[in-house]
Design a protein around this ligand. Structure first.
Ligand code: FAD
Length: 293
């Protein structure tokens, strides 16, 4: 069994121990930072491999991402800043890499970033694969590099086959592992992993898990990132209307079932999109099959 990946989900009958990572966005206020401290305290109960912090398009959260990551690290947790290259120059990225190295940060979630609306400079990088190559050229093996993967295809890719080739390019450029966009079609994840492995990718492809907090928000995310909300799920969620308590209870069941199916298939790492909240995720993880190992 390959850590975080899936070698043969049909034959695996043993639940391995599951490693978790949790993703945050950098808060804008002191209150938000204080809330995030509490969230971290709650999620630390699951001994996460790392907490990651997103990076705003064009470096708009650069300082807040750095501050959050350094606080996480100071608490003794694994800390991974996201870094994106859209609209950035090589000098900008070099400076950021040096700062992270100086602070002893060893893991990066490496992305192109979403193209911001309006007039922005293109920067020195077009795709995340170019950023991965640049980081390797500048810093050798200092960083563990995670990249993004899209089981349901990135919206700009043109076709699943091309998206897979572009994904492989990031691994070939030196990425160590990948985290997927969220999905509710578990077969899309299994198929993606199998197809990537058939192309020779051996790096772990860790499923990204999005808990269900709110239907309007989830629809908005899904429209942007191309992650499908299956019809049966959308209809059920729509039916709850303003009844957030029932919607969330149902969402916990759905996402727990998704995670249990992944664990059953041999997945041993999961990355949760927390939206800076711990409660729902704690409920999900506590209901998952017992860890063995
Ligand atoms: P790429 O891998 O560069 O792919 C972008 C598009 O270009 C894809 O359609 C791909 O198929 C295509 N492509 C790639 N290479 C080529 C090529 N050589 N020729 C032609 N087409 C090509 N966004 C943020 O702004 N900040 C974050 O912190 C952040 N965190 C994220 C974390 C995770 C786990 C995930 C899954 C996404 C995250 N995103 C974040 C969103 C991400 O930035 C967007 O999905 C973005 O649109 C694509 O980024 P990428 O790194 O996958 O880009």
């Amino acid at each position: 069994m390959q850590a975080g990946g899936l070698t043969n989900h049909k034959e695996n009958t043993v639940h391995p121990s599951t490693a978790y990572s949790f993703e945050f966005f950098p808060p804008k206020t002191a209150e938000g930072m204080a809330n995030l401290r509490q969230v971290r305290q709650e999620l630390a109960a699951f001994s996460p491999e790392f907490f990651s912090v997103t990076f705003g398009a064009g470096g708009s959260t650069r300082d807040r991402t750095m501050d959050s990551v350094l606080e996480i690290q100071a608490e003794g947790h694994g800390a991974a800043p996201h870094i994106s290259c859209i609209s950035s120059s090589k000098a900008d990225i070099r400076e950021l890499l040096s700062a992270y190295q100086a602070h002893g940060i060893k893991r990066l979630v490496t992305l192109r970033g979403d193209i911001p609306s309006g007039e922005v400079s293109a920067g020195d990088f077009k795709y995340a694969s170019e950023l991965v190559s640049f980081i390797r050229a500048e810093t050798n093996d200092w960083f563990h590099i995670e990249v993004a993967a899209y089981p349901e295809c990135h919206p700009e890719s043109g076709s699943p086959a091309r998206d897979l080739q572009h994904f492989k390019r990031k691994i070939d450029a030196g990425a160590n592992s990948a985290i997927t966009q969220y999905f509710y079609n578990v077969d899309a994840y299994f198929r993606f992993v199998e197809s990537a492995q058939a192309l020779g990718v051996t790096a772990p492809i860790i499923p990204g898990i999005m808990p269900i907090y709110n239907f309007t928000q989830l629809s908005r995310f899904s429209n942007v990132c191309g992650a499908e909300i299956p019809r049966w799920l959308r209809l059920r969620l729509e039916d709850y209307g303003d009844d957030l308590v029932s919607l969330r209870a149902f969402g916990v069941d759905v996402v727990t079932d998704l995670c249990a199916r992944l664990i059953d298939a041999g997945v041993d790492k999961m990355h949760f999109y927390t939206l800076n909240q711990a409660g729902i995720i704690s409920q999900i993880i506590r209901q998952l099959p017992p860890h063995k190992g």
